[in-house]
Design a protein around this ligand. Sequence first.
Ligand code: MN
Length: 245
Amino acid sequence: MIDSHCHIDLYPDPSAELEAVGRRGDVVVGVTNLPSHYQMGLPHIQDGWKVRLALGMHPLMATEHARERPLFDKLVKQVGYVGEVGLDFSPEGYQTRQTQEETFAHILERISDRKRFITLHSRRAESRVLGMLKDAKIEGAVFHWFSGAKRDLVAVANAGHLFSINPAMVASQNGRSLISAMPPDQVLTETDGPHVAIKGRPLKPGEVGSVLEHLAELWGERYDAVEARLKSTFERALPPKGERN
Ligand code: MN
């Protein structure tokens, strides 16, 4: 199982969740909302686990950005995974739009030196996020939980970026309609746990089985063929071997 976007640090007992995915050998990208959170989590990742922490600066935490930026700049040089970063122009984020854009432009500038795995938030700001990636000449980033218009989805796909799909998207009609427009070779799986709950229970890290089943049916492929396809797509999105820390 590949979980390309999971907030391990937001579960009630993060170290227990880490232990469980670490021992199972699940491939999990543990995103963070602030650099200080990344710094706190890093010592808990054991060698040999297929869990990676991503350095993040969430758009809805804009009031913390100025204070956290020096730490981001220091840590970013050594990381191969970045997220959750991006923009949120929904009513929840609209007021901090300007700070978000300044932060995101700064982040993109800092990560344009080499290839990293990048997982993006783009709620109600899909075309702006896409435009800023283009300006920064960043390719192969992952739009997490894409919920925008179909024409923006097509533009993101045509630019060669990827989409990560979670069980909540599969459970919604609009989500399924968007998924059907995504090119199969540009799709990854995620939980966005613990934010996503199915039947009232938050998803565990790596719990993406319902997405795989849906994709197998949609694409007319065997379950293991879908798994192989997702694995190779994920491989393409990763930094070069040796820089996957
Ligand atoms: Mn998230």
